[in-house]
Write a protein that binds this ligand. Structure first.
Ligand code: PEP
Ligand code: MN
Length: 270
């Protein structure tokens, strides 16, 4: 197996091994209606997996921090309705068992990239892990963080470049380090995906960054979509509008095919 050929099995789907995986959903689970509507629109638009947070890491403790267990129950309902695999964030090791009841992929967010006890526990749990690069972490530090999961015998790790902090703060939220994609692929056999939404902070930048990520060889994208971004509790300005998602997906899939990737067949309705 050559480097970058690792396949991460997720509920009958695979990430890596030449496939391009589009993971989409709103930043956070807000309500039953919002999350079911979001999931249906990303499924219909051709996403392979649904991502939404029930536990949100927020810069201010006064911001909405997620619905917690009630949010996880809504994600279980999404899974029953759409058959989409669920990606959701684990913030605290105390919530591990509850998150494992619904998560097909456990997201470890940028702020927890170096939370080594959390990485060890998700390593032991064996469930696929989506590990996001820390805001101030080097590529080598991301690889070392992944090794904490691998060291527990869990090979199912997907790396995610989501933008880093640089001197440039104007007109964007972070700086998307696209060079990290081929560099990570040269350093590890793990799939590497890109989150253009948190790097951009503005929806106008999400499509061009996504096309560039596909062109540079990313194994997929994690993108924020909301049925009505102006009503989103969290990350509305960077969320694609639901009505635009299908057109977005077909453009990124075309770019991924040009880059030699196999793209996802839409998931059938149950
Ligand atoms: C998110 O994925 O919604 C999120 C909070 O991302 P990050 O951990 O990359 O900031
Ligand atoms: Mn978000």
């Amino acid at each position: 197996m050559s480097l970058s050929d690792t396949e991460v099995e997720v509920a009958g789907h695979k990430i890596g091994g030449g496939r391009f995986t589009l993971i989409a959903g709103p930043c956070t689970v807000e309500s039953r209606e919002q999350v079911l509507e979001s999931a249906e629109l990303v499924r219909a638009g051709g996403a392979a997996m649904f991502r939404a947070g029930a536990y949100k890491p927020r810069t201010s403790p006064h911001a909405f921090r997620g619905l917690g267990p009630a949010g996880l129950r809504l994600l279980a309902e999404v899974k029953r309705h759409t058959a989409l695999p669920i990606v959701t964030e684990l913030l605290d090791v105390r919530d591990l068992d509850l998150v494992l009841e619904v998560a097909d992929v456990v997201q470890i967010g940028a702020r927890n990239m170096q939370n080594y006890t959390l990485l060890t526990e998700v390593g032991r749990a064996g469930r696929p892990v989506l590990l996001k690069r820390g805001l101030g972490a080097t590529v080598d530090e991301l690889v070392s963080a992944a090794e904490y999961v691998l060291a527990e015998g869990n090979r199912n790790v997907v790396l995610c470049e989501r933008g880093i902090r640089t001197f440039e703060t104007g007109h964007r939220r972070a700086t998307l380090d696209l060079m990290a994609v081929p560099i990570l692929k040269s350093l590890t056999p793990l799939p590497v995906i890109v989150d253009p939404s948190h790097a951009a902070g503005r929806r106008e930048l999400v499509l061009p960054l996504s096309l560039a990520a596909a062109a540079i060889g990313a194994d997929g994208l994690l993108v924020e979509v909301h049925p009505r971004p102006e009503e989103a509790i969290c990350d509305g300005p960077q969320s694609l509008a639901g009505a635009d998602f299908a057109a977005y997906a077909s453009q990124v899939y075309a770019a991924a095919e040009l880059a030699g990737k196999t793209v996802h067949e839409p998931v059938a309705v149950r």
